[in-house]
Design a protein around this ligand. Structure first.
Ligand code: NAD
Ligand code: TYD
Length: 366
């Protein structure tokens, strides 16, 4: 394979605004960036919704060149002031409502943050970029999902950057709307935007509502492992650290106006993934209320509008930017399970009353 180097190598330190930096992927990205580029300044803007956790960044706040600001991306005054005050040159936009099941229960917040919030942010950035005389090294990186492409049949080719959008959930529809806005800002105004559409992530700091942490935590508690429908839905799993290295490649070497798909070439059926997690927990957890853990697997009512299969064709980012994932599904899951076993103090406080109420709503009568 030929690796094309577009020559946009790192020529300067950067000052980043990371929205949603107290969430799962955003926080992993902040750790990645501060470790990889210790000379850069990182400003986190996060509203600290149920999914945001400032504690995640606490070890970094003490030493890195990091500033945390609690604020809403829908608040134009806050966003504009931060861009100017910190002389931001790079926005890495993660802030979003991100859970499909919550979007089914209450879509309003998804449209507000994902569509209106992205609009507020990109428009504020455009005004600021204009005021700075449109520097060519500025970047607005919009972090999105493969879910905007809809659902694949068993034999369909994987999603590529030219696959038509066909979002099926309020979550994916709101992300699709935000993608279109960001794309339009490049075409209309020449704003140096980048968009990435990534497959399902997993790893440290993953909020307990998502499949992998939920299963690990329920196994530890001896609770049923709720598998939706027939368990044959397929997701393409990527270790979060590999997502971060892909974002680094795109921010530094991606071509403005372009979209890059990011995926791990790890298509796994949900039921197989749950069995893998059970086996790892049986191996790595010293004490479990129920062994083997797979006795806890329970098939429950399917998610409304549940997409059957996602798969990513990552040829573009691999061939044009030379990115490759470092983890296999086996190594990534092993690391993740170990992390959840040794970091109970991180996830236990997240099983709050709000979380229990959410859990009851989704899983009771499921
Ligand atoms: P997350 O839900 O764990 O974190 C979202 C963060 O955004 C939280 O810290 C939250 O407090 C913050 N936030 C929410 N609304 C905000 C607002 N109005 N203003 C400021 N901050 C706000 O989400 P995640 O899984 O880390 O996903 C991050 C991004 O990556 C999202 O845009 C998501 O669509 C995208 N993505 C996620 C996955 C995945 O598998 N998790 C895959 C591909 C793309
Ligand atoms: P999830 O982690 O919610 O990610 P997404 O919906 O963005 O793909 O779910 C991953 C898959 O696991 C999805 O097919 C739904 C399924 N799932 C279950 O079977 N049970 C659960 O309790 C959860 C949360 C998800």
């Amino acid at each position: 394979m030929t690796l094309v180097d577009h020559g946009q190598t790192r020529t300067r330190p950067r000052t980043l605004l990371v929205t949603g930096g107290a969430g799962f992927i955003g926080a992993n990205f902040v750790y990645y960036w501060c470790e990889t580029y210790p000379g850069d300044r990182v400003v986190v803007l996060d509203a600290l919704t149920y999914a945001g956790n400032r504690q995640t960044l606490a070890p970094l706040e003490e030493k890195a060149n990091l500033r945390f600001v609690q604020g809403d991306i829908c608040d134009r005054a806050v966003v504009s002031a931060l861009l100017e005050e910190e002389a931001i040159d790079t926005v890495a936009h993660f802030a979003a409502e991100s859970h499909v099941d919550r979007s089914i229960l209450g879509p309003d917040a998804f449209v507000r943050t994902n569509v209106n919030g992205t609009f507020t942010l990109v428009e504020a950035f455009r005004q600021y970029w204009n005021a700075c005389n449109q520097p060519t090294h500025f970047r607005f990186h919009h972090v999105s999902t493969d879910e905007v492409y809809g659902s694949l049949g068993a034999d369909d080719p994987a999603f590529s950057e030219t696959t038509p959008y066909a979002p099926n959930s309020p979550y994916s529809a709101s992300k699709a709307g935000s993608d279109h806005l960001v794309r339009a800002y490049y075409h209309t105004y020449g704003l140096p935007t980048l968009i990435t559409n990534c497959s399902n992530n997993y790893g440290p700091y993953h909020f307990p509502e998502k499949l992998i942490p939920l299963m690990c935590i329920n196994i530890l508690m001896g609770k049923p492992l709720p598998v939706y429908g027939d368990g044959q839905n397929i997701r393409d799993w990527l270790y979060v650290g590999d997502h971060c290295s892909a974002l680094d490649a795109v921010i530094h070497r991606g071509t403005p106006g372009e979209t890059y798909n990011i995926g791990g070439n790890n298509e796994v059926k949900n039921i197989d993934l749950v069995h893998m997690l059970c086996a790892l927990m049986d191996e790595l957890a010293p004490e479990l209320p129920v062994r083997p853990s797979n006795k806890l697997i329970t098939f429950v009512k399917d998610r409304a509008g549940h997409d059957r299969r996602y798969a990513i064709n990552a040829t573009k980012i691999t061939s044009e930017l030379g990115w490759q994932p470092a983890q296999t599904i086996e190594s990534g899951l092993r690391h993740t399970v170990s992390w959840f076993l040794t970091n109970c103090e991180w996830w236990q406080p997240l099983l709050s009353d709000e979380y229990q109420a959410y859990y009851a709503q989704v899983y009771t009568n499921a």
